[in-house]
Design a protein around this ligand. Structure first.
Ligand SMILES: C[S@@+](CC[C@H](N)C(=O)[O-])C[C@H]1O[C@@H](n2cnc3c(N)ncnc32)[C@H](O)[C@@H]1O
Length: 468
């Protein structure tokens, strides 16, 4: 039979814990945090924190063996000793007095279990496997921890504060439910998660002032999707991906990442297709404004980090100018992702104390870079969009004084199953790359740190690396 999940009030009630060790201390800690009046029964307290609680009067200690009458006035009892006989005696004494009892790790002796808890007070989520597997309960808890934003507690507290006001403003229960749904899944929650409590309160006021609690406008989430591996998304990115009404993405965002966007969200591709051109940047900026004005939650999904060679700054500049609410979620940029997955630390105590990110994108067929800055010793240079101009880049670096033997690598499709790492020197890399049929995107890393690749390469695990 399944157990009945309940939450029990223990504040000010007499809760008896039998045992003085680590496990007992964890149970006491939880009880104290719920305001229980805790009595610990144990011949000695082995746990330092228990002694501190006893000394400060936070718990009552009865320093002797357990006796059945200890439960005469107990509200609940927990047995946490490693003596089977004592645990059984506690269970029997509790049973005969109708006191709910938990015997740690002995489901057969328990009348209640203490579940794994995800805590976002006042919200608590309890996970139980009915005693089948505490390890599975802990795993589930860890998973929930990762998907439930830390600010959910604050959100719940704010809702509690607002309840009366909302009830007065929106007497109809259905309208009120819709209003709360909007609050929980929309702009207000996002503002709170982004730490903007005052703005969140303002948005609630605006929503309450509007007819039937409708939100005035949509908003834009400018989100970095990382370099390719979906596991490298941030928690916040994933959450926003699952609540957006529409996603605007381009070719650097891998299909596996787009698949994680809410199933029924509208998808707008603004990248290059075989017989299409990329939508001009101004048109993308405009599109974001128009979608938000139509009341949509717009996910602008970009490869890597939106503020690193991603034109994210321009997009939010337009939004700011138009008074559209937005937030920016950083992503793992290609240099960080490729370097990590290629086993090339961008800085290293022995080889590089600085790292420079540059673009190899040509302006009017020219590479306009600060060459002196790039040839500095003890420095790593990560070149984005550098494959097309690799030969010119290499020539110019050598011309300006970089040693032709300086190690250099190209990482193709870093962090994805298509990753390849080609290694050479700044002089030889262009030739190695030309012979290798590279598929975009690729990043070039130049510097002594590239030497470490041979020792530190780990991805893809247990497969031969394709090296040049
Ligand atoms: C327009 S930039 C965008 C950079 C992105 N905002 C970022 O932070 O990674 C595109 C360039 O990033 C690099 N890039 C992006 N993803 C990559 C990947 N998975 N592997 C190698 N290079 C990548 C390539 O150099 C590509 O030409």
């Amino acid at each position: 039979m399944p157990q009945l999940p309940i939450f029990i009030e223990v504040s000010g009630r007499s809760c008896v814990v039998v045992g003085g060790g680590d496990v007992a201390a964890r149970k006491v800690d939880r009880l104290l945090r719920c305001g229980a009046a805790v009595t610990v029964i144990a011949p000695s307290l082995e746990h330092a924190q228990m002694r501190l609680w006893a000394d400060s009067g936070r718990i009552t200690v009865i320093a002797r063996e357990f006796s059945a009458t200890d439960l005469d006035t107990a509200w609940i009892a927990i047995a946490a000793t490693d003596a089977a006989g004592v645990n059984e005696a506690v269970a029997a004494a509790a049973d005969s007095r109708n006191v709910p009892v938990n015997v740690v790790d002995h489901p057969a002796l328990c009348s209640f279990v203490v579940p794994s808890i995800v805590e976002r007070l006042p919200v608590q989520i309890a996970v139980s496997t009915g005693g089948a597997s505490p390890v599975l309960a802990r795993l589930l808890r860890a998973r929930l921890e990762s998907i439930i934003p830390a600010a959910y507690g604050e959100l719940a507290a704010m809702m509690a504060d607002l309840r009366q006001r909302v009830r007065a403003r929106l007497p109809d229960a259905t309208v009120r439910r819709r209003f709360w749904e909007q609050i929980l899944q929309g702009q207000v929650a996002e503002l709170l998660f982004a730490g903007r409590r005052a703005d969140a309160m303002q948005a609630i006021d605006a929503a309450l002032a509007g007819s039937e609690g409708r939100m005035p406008t949509g908003e834009v989430y400018l989100v970095g999707a990382g370099p390719g591996d979906p596991d490298l998304l941030t928690f916040r990115a994933l959450r926003l991906m699952q609540q957006a009404d529409v996603v605007v993405y381009d070719r650097l965002v891998a299909p596996a990442l787009v698949d994680l966007v809410r199933r029924d969200a509208e998808r707008i591709y603004v990248g290059k297709a075989r017989d299409q051109h990329t939508l001009p940047q101004e048109d993308i900026n405009r599109l974001l404004v128009d979608l938000a004005r139509a009341g949509k939650r717009v996910l602008r999904l970009k490869g890597g980090d939106p503020f690193i060679f991603g034109r994210g700054g321009e997009e939010i500049d337009t939004l700011a100018g138009e008074g559209i609410a937005f937030q920016v979620v950083p992503g793992i940029t290609a240099a960080a992702g490729c370097a990590a997955y290629a086993g090339i630390p961008l800085t290293h105590r022995d080889y590089a104390q600085s790292v420079v990110f540059v673009t190899g994108h040509l302006h009017n067929e020219h590479l306009e870079l600060n060459w002196q800055a790039l040839i500095q010793p003890q420095q790593t240079v990560a070149v984005y969009m550098g494959v097309g101009a690799l030969a010119r880049l290499s020539e110019a670096l050598i011309e300006h004084g970089m040693a032709p033997t300086m190690p250099a690598a190209l990482v193709q499709q870093g962090t994805t199953p298509g990753q390849r790492v080609l290694v050479g020197s700044v002089a030889t890399l262009p030739e190695i790359v030309a012979a290798a049929h590279i598929s975009p995107p690729s990043l070039v890393i130049i510097g002594e740190v590239v030497r470490l690749h041979e020792r530190l390469a780990w991805y893809p695990p247990k497969q031969a690396q394709a090296t040049g």
